[in-house]
Design a protein. Structure first.
Length: 201
């Protein structure tokens, strides 16, 4: 038997469609923003991530990064610190000040303990020093995405079917001046379904 459709779940036991949002049952690509001003490095990272079936957007300055963040829908940000215009630390602080919880992995040549502490205290979820091995970068990305998904799981009971739903990892927020305007998440992603027992009447 195939997977039940969202419509079928919503109409179980003759109930009205509950106010639960769904994405397609087929997993969507992970959307990653790479903020890196060195074009050769940026292209290499993009090509490597796209080979892993990720959807990658490049930004080469702080201003470009804000423009992409403004569009919403990101699952992860790879952020260099030394950028033209606004630094990576300034971008990171603005992201966290806005309440945006997208995971941020800093990629930088700055390798001192003080640099690492500054980046993590500013709101980074992880910190990787250049040059790095690409398999390590991929492993850190997988770790951050697992953590983010686990933190965004909500469970709903629909008749005798329990549905695990993960909120879209990033709410749609728009930049306004020095901050972001929050908008409702555009969709949710179903994680799993499992049979459960009906509550006693």
């Amino acid at each position: 038997m195939g997977q039940p459709s969202p419509e079928g779940l919503a109409q179980a036991e003759g109930e009205e469609n509950p106010e639960i949002c769904y994405r397609d049952w087929v997993a969507s690509p992970i959307k990653i923003l790479v903020v890196e001003d060195e074009l050769k490095i940026a292209r290499a990272i993009k090509e490597g991530l796209e080979r892993e079936s990720h959807e990658v957007t490049l930004a080469h300055s702080g201003e470009e990064a804000f423009f992409v963040l403004n569009s919403g829908g990101l699952n992860l940000v790879l952020l260099d610190i030394m950028l033209p215009g606004r630094s990576g630390i300034e971008i990171l602080k603005a992201i966290r000040k806005s309440g945006l919880e997208v995971p941020v992995l800093i990629l930088t040549a700055r390798d001192s303990v003080e640099n690492r502490v500054e980046g993590l205290d500013a709101g980074a979820d992880d910190y990787l020093v250049k040059p790095f091995a690409f398999p390590e970068l991929l492993a850190r990305i997988r770790s951050l995405l697992r953590r983010s998904r686990a933190e965004n799981v909500h469970r709903f009971q629909l008749a005798d079917l329990e549905v695990g739903v993960a909120q879209e990892l990033v709410e749609n927020r728009q930049l306004s001046g020095s901050g972001f305007i929050t908008q409702p998440p555009s969709s949710c992603q179903p994680l799993s379904t499992s049979k459960g027992s009906k509550a006693a009447a």
